[in-house]
Write a new protein. Structure first.
Length: 247
């Protein structure tokens, strides 16, 4: 028998959520999905024009946009000041680059570290220090299947995402007293309208995925789950979303 007065645990309505990387692709899709489900968004990205395009497509009102380069401490501080009190944080900003380890140079390694690891970790540090995440809030890091399996040419990217897996576990323990949950989502390749793929490569990718390729909606639904009260007992882990590719 259903009880219509019961709270719907998968809801994000009324939650205020910060989404980084909202000026492009997955972050943009996550932000729009959350707004469609009644969340109030604080979105950020570096490119003002593309961030404005996401902002304009957010249904509902009360959303905020902040142009920021998250590798810069001053920009992170300004973002935290503007964001106010948050129920959730989704770290979608990231940079993927292919390079075999023996061809790697220090500047590429440093950039991968700054964007994929330092920026989300230090933004989280600043938010927690400012007490900007409410009790029972949820922090989500967009990882990748590259955090869990090896791929030729993805060493630096893989290492930064795997580093976040370690950080997530420690942070989850540290924040458990406040019932703030900390988790990752690890998608494999997502084909989006913004990410055209060479037909040969597309067929190769399809063949690797027993359930076929995933969509931005699949990832956004995972984010919704991690931000909602339905995942209230889930922390320190990562949700691999890959249509069975890594098994
Ligand atoms: N797409 C996939 O197939 C896939 C699969 C697994 C995991 N992921 C992960 O999902 C996340 C989003 O991927 P995506 O495909 O949407 O990537 P994308 O289209 O390249 O977008 C990357 C986003 O990160 C932002 N960004 C990069 N450097 C930044 C910086 N220094 N400061 C602030 N923002 C910065 C970009 O902002 P601007 O554009 O404004 O510069 C952009 O919004 C990444 O963490 C990626 O590793 C993606």
């Amino acid at each position: 028998m259903s009880d219509t007065t019961q709270h719907y645990p998968f809801s994000v309505a009324g939650k205020t959520v910060l989404v980084t990387g909202a000026s492009s692709d997955l972050g943009r899709h996550v932000a729009i999905t959350l707004a469609r489900r009644g969340a109030c968004l604080v979105i950020t990205g570096r490119n003002a024009e593309r961030l404005q395009a996401t902002y304009a497509d957010l249904p509902g009102g009360g959303h905020v946009q902040v142009v920021a380069d998250l590798t810069q401490k001053g920009d992170r501080d300004r973002l935290v000041q503007t964001a106010g009190v948050l129920n959730g944080v989704v770290h979608c900003a990231g940079l993927k680059s292919h390079c075999l380890v023996h061809q790697l140079d220090e500047s590429l390694m440093s950039e991968m570290y700054q964007v994929n690891f330092l920026a989300p970790v230090m933004l989280t540090q600043r938010l927690l220090q400012a007490d900007a995440v409410v009790q029972q809030g949820s922090i989500v890091f967009m990882l990748s299947t590259a955090a869990h399996v090896g791929t030729r040419g993805l060493g630096p990217y893989s290492a930064m995402k795997a580093g976040l897996v370690g950080m997530i576990k420690c942070l989850a323990l540290e924040q458990a007293e406040r019932k703030i949950r900390v988790n990752g989502i690890s998608p494999s390749t997502i084909v989006t309208p913004m990410r055209a793929m060479h037909p040969g490569l597309l067929e190769e990718q399809k063949a690797r995925h027993p359930l076929g390729l995933g969509t931005p909606d699949d990832v956004a639904n995972g984010v919704v789950y991690m931000l909602s009260d339905a995942s209230r007992w889930v922390t320190g882990t990562s949700l691999v979303m890959d249509g069975g590719a890594v098994i």
